[in-house]
Design a protein around this ligand. Structure first.
Ligand SMILES: C[S@@+](CC[C@H](N)C(=O)[O-])C[C@H]1O[C@@H](n2cnc3c(N)ncnc32)[C@H](O)[C@@H]1O
Length: 428
């Protein structure tokens, strides 16, 4: 993607190159709490479920349209299948409408995808692989298919952060990536794209390594509705504009999705809204995982999964904390990129700083953030942002981006207008 062309219709942000952070989205004007700054459609979506599901239950089970990922309520009795449209070839992939079926047959569920997934399902060695590996194979099939059905989107995928094609990509491929490449080579070599790609070479181990790196760094999880304290991902998507958001451990924006509730064809769009006001020139950041993760876990995840050492203001403060439990092995590892998954450990130590006034003061923005912008629902750990402003009026209704609960900002004593006192990002 040509980043110079990337802008929003309202000119809310611009793309900047920031040393040590790569491309970044920076406020091109002052932005207000609740303001929608981006609506982004996926160029690629794939199911978060392993290719070999766990043993089927006899009770009614949940499934998703394999095009729009809306929930399908299907009971095990065949009489209730009338509103579901299966793929005429494999019957395994289900769609919620003739429209989704038709759209998928010429895009995400092309004949090559249909045949490849059937061949892979017949492969006993894949059944023995981890859930992660079985989901990765879905991504690879979806990504190689994209080159065929939408070469321009495939080029966009290749332009996102992550390894470029080349010898060094081979050094980084994991054993499961090598296994998946060999498997696809032996069962279902992808057809070459209709137009040449910018880089040389088609269907190589290096390209597979590159694609897996793009997936790891840029994928957003579309969440299941939060229920009974459980959160999980139903699908993963690549959102080309949203992929430019860098991470901050105290983000100033957060993203929402409304897969089941949005009407129309754009239900898998993600919407990014400002959590609080920010001035022009400030970098706009998301948190790549729930903000309640403690310092060592955040540092580890960001280094291992995203390849950088976080030096945000919150990390600088928390690096000096000595009384935090830094080695809690029970802290959940979480799911995948930017999925707002659950965590059982709150990295807040302000109650245990023994009344040290200076530390309490520098910790205050954290405490304020947690009090004001973190959902209080049990095990949710979602982030709250105000509903969009109406005209000049800011909303005092806060929406949780995980459980969807709406709360009145007055309940926690805020007016929705002020900016955090901590400089929450690197300005461009
Ligand atoms: C989804 S991409 C974000 C956009 C990216 N900067 C780019 O140039 O395309 C994620 C990558 O951005 C970089 N990144 C994100 N947040 C960062 C931060 N706080 N500090 C340094 N690098 C960061 C890391 O290289 C990370 O793997």
């Amino acid at each position: 993607m040509n980043i110079k062309q990337m802008s929003t219709s309202g000119g809310e942000f611009r793309v900047a190159e920031i040393e040590g952070r790569g491309r970044a989205l920076v406020a091109a004007q002052s932005l207000r709490a609740g303001q929608i700054i981006l609506r982004d459609s996926p160029i690629l979506l794939y199911s978060a479920f392993p290719l070999f599901p766990c043993s089927a239950s006899s009770s009614p089970y949940k499934s998703y349209c394999d095009c729009c990922f809306r929930t399908l309520q299907i009971s095990s009795s065949s009489s209730s299948l009338s509103s579901v449209y299966p793929c005429p070839e494999c019957s395994l992939h289900l769609f919620c409408s003739p429209k989704c079926l038709t759209a998928a047959l010429s895009s995400s569920h092309s004949p090559w995808v249909c045949k490849s997934l059937c061949l892979l399902r017949d492969c006993p060695s894949l059944r023995q692989q981890t859930v992660e590996c079985q989901v990765q194979v879905r991504f690879l099939i979806a990504a190689y298919n994209l080159a065929h059905v939408s070469p321009s989107h495939f080029k966009t995928l290749l332009s996102l952060q992550g390894l470029g094609l080349g010898l060094n990509s081979l050094d980084s491929i994991t054993p499961s990536g090598q296994y998946l490449h060999s498997l696809i080579s032996s069962l279902c070599i992808p057809p070459p794209p209709p137009i040449p790609l910018p880089q040389e070479g088609w269907f190589s181990m290096a390209l597979t390594a590159t694609l897996l790196a793009k997936d790891k760094l840029n994928t957003f999880g579309l969440m299941e509705p939060f229920s009974e304290g459980q959160r999980s991902v139903r699908a993963y998507g690549i959102y080309p504009k949203a992929s430019f958001f860098n991470h901050d451990c105290l983000p100033n924006a957060c993203r929402f999705d409304y897969v089941d509730t949005a009407t129309g064809p754009c239900n898998t769009d993600i919407i990014v809204r400002m959590i609080h006001d920010v001035p022009q020139g400030r970098e706009i950041c998301l948190s790549y995982f729930p903000v309640n993760e403690n310092y060592p876990n955040r540092q580890r995840r960001l280094l291992e999964d995203y390849g950088f050492t976080c030096q945000c203001d919150r990390c600088k403060v928390e690096a000096n904390w000595s009384d935090i439990d830094n080695d809690d092995p029970d802290v959940e590892q979480g799911e995948e990129f930017m999925d707002e998954d659950t965590d059982e450990h709150m990295g807040v130590a302000s109650e245990s700083d023994d009344g040290d006034g200076a530390q309490a003061e520098s910790d205050f923005p954290h405490a304020y953030f947690f009090l004001r912008y973190m959902c209080s629902r049990n095990n949710c750990w979602g982030t709250l942002a105000p509903l969009p402003p109406t005209g000049d009026s800011l909303s005092n209704i806060m929406e949780c981006n995980v459980c969807g609960d709406l709360s009145n900002d007055a309940d926690i004593g805020g007016d929705g207008q002020d900016e955090l006192s901590m400089d929450d990002s690197a300005a461009a």
